[in-house]
Structures are given as C-alpha cells and as structure tokens.
Design a protein around this ligand. Structure first.
Ligand code: ADP
Ligand code: MG
Length: 852
C-alpha cells in the first residue's frame, strides 16, 4: 500500500491502522494532527484505498482557500500518478477539474453547500472531509451542520471526517458525538521564539521595513540557515516586503518568492516547490496551516492578517488588517520547526503578545450572516435560529441580517426566499452587492455599479479632513453634480487612474493614490462575477438616474428623509434618526439613500449618527420598486403648546413618514383618549371637576369598601380615565372641555338605584341628636369626619354613624374660634373626661359664648 503514497513516510501514516479500524464502525471521525503531518494529502487517499468510499463513491475534501485547493489536488494527483480531472480533481469558483471518474475531489468550502441547493442528498458523495476546520469559516461551520443533519436523515451512510491542525477539540467533540477521535502528535522540532524589544512606531509602521531589518539581523546572528518564511497580511504588503528585501544586502542571492491567492499558478507553485539555493517566501496566512513549505528554518511574522469582519458603518463585510491571536502566531512559528530546529521572529513585543487574544474569533461571530442565512433559507431551513449551529451568530446580527434580506426583497413576507433572493444566491457576494448588480443588469449599469461596489469595499478613497481648499478644488475639477457622493467618488477614481495613480496629482484633490490603485482589481473581480452570471457588462453609459436606482436597490434599508431645510437632520426608515454629512453632494435632496452610517460617540455621551455617501432619490422610485412597503396611517398627537389634539394623514415607507396632510378634525376616540391623558397628567384642569366631584367619588369608594356585598363600582385610576374620555368625547382641545359639566357623567358610573344607596348610607350631610345638620368630609383612603363648634354640640351625647353602623364618623371638636380642640370618636368620653377642663379654659377666653 505504501507505494501509493509519497516516498517518505509521513507522521499521519502512524494513525492508518486506527483510521482503518474506525471507519468500520464510525461515521464521524475527528482527526487532529499538526500541520505537515500529511492530513490533507494522505487522508483522502487512505479513505479511497481502504475502501471507505465503496466502489464508486467520491470523497469531497473541503478547503478554506482556493490556492490550497488547487495545489493539494495537483499534489495528490501527482502522488497517484494521474492527471487532474481523472481520479483526483478540484473545483473552485469559475474553475472545475472534475471528471466522471473523479474519486477525490478538493473543493472550496462554499461550493458544496451551494450544490446542496440542487442535490440535497449529495448523491455519489460517500465521504466529506472538512480540512483545516480549526479556521472556522462560516461555510465550513454550516456545511458541517448540514452534513450531520444529512447523516441523521437521508444519508446515514455518509462518512464525515473533520480534520484540524490544533489539538483543541473541546468544542467539536460533543458537537460531533458519537464520534471517533484520532490524534497524532506529529513530529516537531523545537522553535525558538523572539520578540522585538520595542514596538513598531507609526500608525501603523509599515511591517515590510521591519521584516527586512529582522531578516538582516537574523543573517548577522547566524539564524538564517535554511529557507525563510515571512508572513504578511496581503498581496500589497507582500509586494512591499519583496521590494524591501531587494534592497537588503543580507538577502542578496536569495530567491524572493511571493505566495498569495492573487498570483498566477506558476508563481504559487514556485514558492512551494523545492528550489536550489536559499529562498525567502513571503506569504499570507495560506502558509500558516494550509500549505507546507519544506526546509523553512526561519519564520518572520508580521503578526497581521486580513480578516473578514462586518463593518457596521458600511453595512457590509470588509477585510480588515488585524492582529492575529496567540494560537495563530504559534502555528506560524511552528512552520520553522518542520525539518530541523528553527527560529521565529515576531514583529511585536512580549508586552504586546500578552495583550493578544488566545484564539481567533470564529467567522460566524464576526461577519454579517445575511448571505449564509439566505443560503439556509434556500435550503429549506425556515427557522434559522433553531438551526443546529456549532456556534450561532449573535442574535442581534441575525435579526439585523433578516431585516436586511426583507428590505432587499430576498425574503418574502413569510420569510421564505423570493425568486429574486434565489437569484442573488448565485453571486458569491454580500446580498447588498448581488442585489445591486441584478438591478444594474436591468438598467445597463453593471460597470458603474461594480465600480461603486469596488470603491466601497476598499479603503476610503478620499483623505479625511482634506481641508476646504482641497475639497473645493476637487469639486471644481471633478464637478459636483449628479446628487450623489458616489458619483464624485467614481469620477475621482477615474481621475486617479487617468493620472496613473500619481501620488502628487491625487494628493492635490485629496485622493489616496494607494487606495485608488487597489480598486482596479476589485472592480475586475466584480465584473468577472457579473459576467459569470451572464449580466450585460458592455453596455452604453447609463443615465445617472439608473445608477442611483441601483444604489437604492442595495441600500433601501438606509433611506432617509430630511426633516427640514434648515438643518441636516434626517429621519430614516425603521424609526432611526441621523444627520446628513455637511459636505454631502446630496444636501439639496429631500429624500436620499445613505450607503454609510457612522455612529460617532460625542463628548457629551450622546451618539451622533452621521449619514455619508448619500444619493438623492425620489419618492416615485420607491413607489415603483417597493409598492408593498408603503402604508397610509392617521397619526394623532397632543400639541401641548396649543393644548389641542391634532391629526395628520401620513404616507409612510417602512415606517418613515414621507408626506403628511393635517386633518380638519381628529378621530374622536383618539382625540378623547389624548385629551383625557392631558387632564390626568395635570396639563389641563377641568373647571367643574372640583370638590363636589371628589367628594362624590370618595363617598362611593368608602361605601363600596364597607359594603362589598353590594358590588358597587369604584373610582380607580382606570375608571377616572374612562370617565374623562367620556367627558372629552367629541372635543379636540382644552378650550372645548374647560368648562364642561362633569358631575353628571361621573355619577353615571352608578345606576340610579346605586346612587340612591350612596345618598342614603354615605350622605353629604348628617343630622345630630340636637337636630343640627352638619356636612360630612369625605376623602380618598381616609375616614370620614364631621366638625362642629362645642356650642353646636350641646345636647348631643353620641355620634351618628354611616352605612347602618358599619362606618364610624370621627368628630373634630372646635373652639368658638374654629380652632380644633379635640379629635374624637368617643363623644360621651369627651363630655365626661375632657370637657370640664376645656370649658374652664375657654369660658375665660370667650365669656360671651354660651357655656353649659
Ligand atoms: P497537513 O495537511 O497535515 O498539513 P499535507 O498533507 O498538506 O499535511 O502535507 C504533508 C507533506 O506533504 C508536507 O509536509 C510536504 O512535505 C508534502 N507536500 C504536500 N503538498 C506538497 C506540494 N504541493 N509540493 C511539495 N510537497 C508537498
Ligand atoms: Mg493540511
């Protein structure tokens, strides 16, 4: 069997017996072995040769990167002595080398999931190998979940192998259970790691100079014995590093080889294959674990990587250069210890290292999940929250993404993908861009829209805070018509290109020449995707209006209306607010769409929401494109200044009020409700709602409590509000209700019979034993009382009661001056115990009064 494999034995061959045993009973295998062990090249072959694929089945090996996909396929084909597309093949977007007899099929991650759209049970696929799973790309995560689901349902025979270069399997083991775990420690030589003694300066200091200097240092210290691998975040930095090394004497005579996805295949192959003489490979993180380059003894690590991340300002995913995690840096260092002890130089300090993250955050937690959610929906998964995620997206991100898909028209009202949404899925792009390109195809605007997408994707084209003069010059030369900031950006880019990205000429207009230079390849990429979907690319130049409509199609969730002409304040759809950027070209527009929304924290702790990259639009376009998202509504509000209820008939687009007409008379119910609220909150007082009304209510409440059997209604908050609404009915302003009579309405809560009960048992006045009549004072949540001067009480030896004795009355006894003398419920006790003393005192003071 050995004759099939590469001539030298690889560490992975040690696990071959275990693998052979495992596939006899297990359908899920988790295999972890260090980089270079032979996982990617050998495991698929072993599966085939062990008969794990049956007589005709295929193994699909999923790869996170196109470059590695092609190289691994070529390598394996070569090891097996065949041609690509025969027994071994590969498929990446735009490129397929797969034949009818292909048994080992390398693919990039997204391709298999998309194939499931048309072939849900994956006929012919006997095994799926998830390679480099530790990278945790969204498509890898989701495809694995789907594969496990397939095993549970229609494909129990499907073999799933998950391979990872890290030995940390804590998350995966329970997720895959029941699964067979196979580990191989591999063979690694020690790698000595060194840090910078002081951090790189600048914002940030370009890493290429530092890398060249580090190389020079290593040579001087005898540390650059074998070949060297330098990690840089992207193609641009790789190019600059190679230029810097060209001017480094220590690198003289060394072969300088770039390695990244954008290079032609021959150049990629040259970097990986053995060379005579010393070589320095400058690579992206494709060389971190995906590809093994033999003979590396020195690693120089910039510590940076381009990482896909959702940019909330731009509302899209972008690639940002970020610091790698400790785990990732360890992987990179490990590349120096493959064949002999090695040396790794990190272009950051030990202190900086301590502050770095332990692990990379999985992509699903970083990016906008809109595209993957749409894919899941298209696969028939309606409840995406219940999907068996290895780790789900953040709930907020999920909600936002679903909202966006609705607004883009990719999902219908029931949350199912629309025909348009399914069409959008054919583009390997964020749904905003696929939507824009599809709109552009209808309007002959594919070229400019692809350019706008490319400009948005890259670094900002315009220098920040360029200065008034520069901005004016920019507008003078480029023009400032068209009503869109994006048109100005397009003109600026053409200007930069026509001037061959000349730094001086660009700077005069505040254009970043380097950023502009990077737009070209991105534009090409968008155009190529458009072509692959047969969109008309070569068309006559479209009207500005057509371009604006395409922009709207991709950002219709960010439509805004100016609140007034005097300020830049705007209201956005879905109830948000913001402010248009002062220098926007769209500042004349009443309606606009903003491609970027910046949330800027201000000194006072408030958040300023700034709308930039705006394009003027018209209501008619919205009506045309989104007829179902319009609604007519009557809005009624309390105008506290005028103390009246006003009403408007509003036309809204996704909650944003577009037009409003005042209504003569507001709807009665609503007006009464708002007026009543104003009264309740004390903004208006009803003249007639006075003591008598409060007394009545207190009487009823008192009696209701004392005599629950009668089940009298009570005046609580809700009843008051209801009565006020009744009083206010038919009125719209304070003026109308100010002097309205209220007592009759208040009393009407009770039936006439109930009212009679109240008059009988909790009367307004009561007769004392000496036939005098006195008022009873009622109050909410207090005992009722009567008050009388001593002279009025002569001949009274006991107090009357209410409610047939159920409610006692309290007596406030007053002096002739009406000053209170005593509060009591025990009148006989007063006469007996207190009166003689009080009488003495008062008689002296008020001799003219009668004293008995
Ligand atoms: P793993 O996936 O475990 O990192 P691979 O299967 O990719 O390991 O590689 C195993 C070994 O095969 C590498 O160490 C290297 O020696 C060799 N190899 C793999 N691909 C190539 C290639 N394209 N050219 C030369 N050697 C290769
Ligand atoms: Mg591998």
């Amino acid at each position: 069997m050995e004759k099939f494999y590469s001539s030298s034995m690889l560490p992975i061959h040690e696990i071959q017996p275990r693998l052979a045993k495992a596939i006899k009973h297990a359908k899920r295998i988790l295999l972890s072995a260090p980089t270079g062990s032979g996982k990617s090249t050998q495991i698929p072959q072993m599966l085939l040769d062990m008969g794990a694929l049956g007589t005709q089945g295929r193994v699909v090996v999923l790869q996170p990167r196109r470059l590695a996909t092609r190289m691994l396929a070529e390598r394996v084909a070569q090891e097996r002595g065949g041609n690509l597309g025969d027994e071994v093949g590969y498929q990446i977007r735009f490129e397929s080398h797969i034949g009818a007899d292909t048994r080992i099929q390398f693919e990039t991650e997204g391709i298999l999931l998309r194939r499931m759209l048309s072939e849900p049970t994956l006929p012919g696929v006997a095994a799926i190998v998830f390679d480099e799973f530790h990278e945790r790309h969204v498509y890898g995560d989701v495809t694995l979940a789907q594969a496990l689901e397939l095993q549970r349902t229609s494909r129990p025979d499907l073999l799933v192998v998950v391979m990872s270069a890290t030995l940390d399997t804590r998350l995966l083991e329970p997720y895959l259970a029941p699964c067979e775990l196979i580990r191989s420690e591999g063979r690694m030589h020690p790698v000595e790691v060194a840090y910078l003694s002081r951090p790189l300066h600048g914002d940030p200091e370009p890493p290429w100079e530092a890398a060249a200097a580090a190389y020079e240092n290593a040579v001087r210290n005898g540390r650059a014995e074998g070949d060297t691998l330098i990690f840089m975040p992207g193609a641009y930095e790789i190019q600059r590093t190679i230029e810097a090394l060209r001017h480094t004497p220590a690198a003289k005579g060394a072969l300088l080889l770039p390695l990244h996805g954008e290079l032609p295949p021959q150049e990629q192959d040259a970097a990986v294959s053995p060379q005579t003489g010393r070589k320095i490979v400058v690579a992206t993180n494709v060389a971190e674990t995906s590809l093994t380059i033999e003979g590396i003894r020195l690693v120089i690590d910039s510590g940076l990587a381009r990482v896909a991340r959702f940019d909330p300002w731009r509302g899209i995913n972008t690639l940002l250069v970020e610091h790698i995690s400790k785990a990732s840096a360890d992987q990179r260092a490990g590349r120096a210890g493959r064949t002999a002890p090695g040396y790794a130089l990190r272009l950051w300090t030990e202190a900086e290292q301590a502050g770095r993250a332990e692990q990379d955050v999985p992509e699903i937690k970083r990016v906008d999940p809109a595209e993957i959610l749409l894919t899941l929906k298209a696969l028939g998964i309606e409840d995406v929250e219940a999907f068996p995620w290895l780790e789900p997206p953040e709930p907020k991100a999920m909600e936002r993404a679903l909202g966006l898909l609705h607004d883009l028209g990719a999902l219908d009202a029931a949350g199912r993908p629309s025909p348009l949404g399914l069409r959008m899925l054919c583009f390997p792009l964020h749904p905003r861009y696929s939507r824009m390109l599809l709109a552009a195809a209808e309007r002959g605007a594919v070229r400019p829209i692809a350019l706008i997408a490319a400009i948005a994707q890259g670094r900002p084209l315009f220098v920040r805070n360029a200065g008034k003069q520069t901005v004016e010059q920019r507008r003078d030369i480029l023009g400032d018509t068209g009503g869109s900031d994006l048109f100005l950006l397009m003109r600026a880019w053409h200007y930069a290109r026509n001037n061959r990205f000349d730094v001086g000429r660009c700077r005069r207009l505040g254009i970043h020449a380097a950023a502009a230079r990077q737009v070209g390849p991105l534009w090409e990429r968008f155009l190529r995707i458009a072509e692959s979907q047969r969109l008309p690319v070569e068309t006559a130049a479209p009207e500005d209006e057509d371009i604006a409509k395409c922009i709207l199609a991709g950002f219709s969730d960010q439509v805004a209306r100016r609140l007034d002409k005097g300020t830049l304040r705007c209201e956005l759809v879905h109830g948000r607010r913001g402010e248009l950027a002062r220098d926007s070209i769209a500042d004349e527009a009443d309606l606009l769409v903003a491609n970027e929304i910046h949330e800027i924290g201000r000194g006072d702790g408030e958040l300023q929401v700034l709308l930039t990259q705006a394009t003027a639009i018209q209501e008619a376009w919205l009506r045309d494109l989104y007829p179902d998202d319009f609604a007519d509504q009557t809005s009624v509000q309390w105008d506290s200044a005028a103390r009246r209820v006003t009403a408007r008939r509003e036309t809204t687009f996704r909650g944003l009020v577009l037009t409003a007409k005042p209504l003569e008379s507001p709807p009665a119910e609503e007006a009464a409700r708002l007026l009543a609220k104003a009264v309740l909150h004390g903004e208006c007082t009803l003249k007639e709602w006075g003591h008598a009304v409060e007394q009545w209510m207190a009487r009823v409440n008192l009696l209701a409590e004392a005599w629950p059997e009668w089940a009298l209604p009570t005046y609580d908050e809700a009843a008051r509000e209801l009565l006020l609404q009744q009083i206010c009915h038919g009125s719209a302003s304070y003026k109308d209700i100010k002097t309205k009579p209220v007592l009759h309405t208040v009393k009407s809560l009770l039936s006439p019979a109930q009212q009679a009960l109240v008059d009988q048992h909790a009367p307004e006045r009561v007769e004392l034993a000496n036939e005098r009549k006195v008022n009873i004072h009622y109050a909410q949540a207090a005992q009722p009382f009567i008050s009388a001067r001593i002279q009025e009480l002569f001949g009274v030896d006991r107090l009357p009661t209410l409610a047939a004795g159920r409610i006692p009355l309290t007596l406030h006894i007053l002096a002739p001056s009406h000053r209170p003398v005593q509060i009591t419920r025990d009148l006989p006790g007063f006469w007996r115990d207190h009166y003689p003393r009080i009488k003495q005192e008062l008689q002296r003071k008020y001799p003219k009064h009668e004293w008995r």
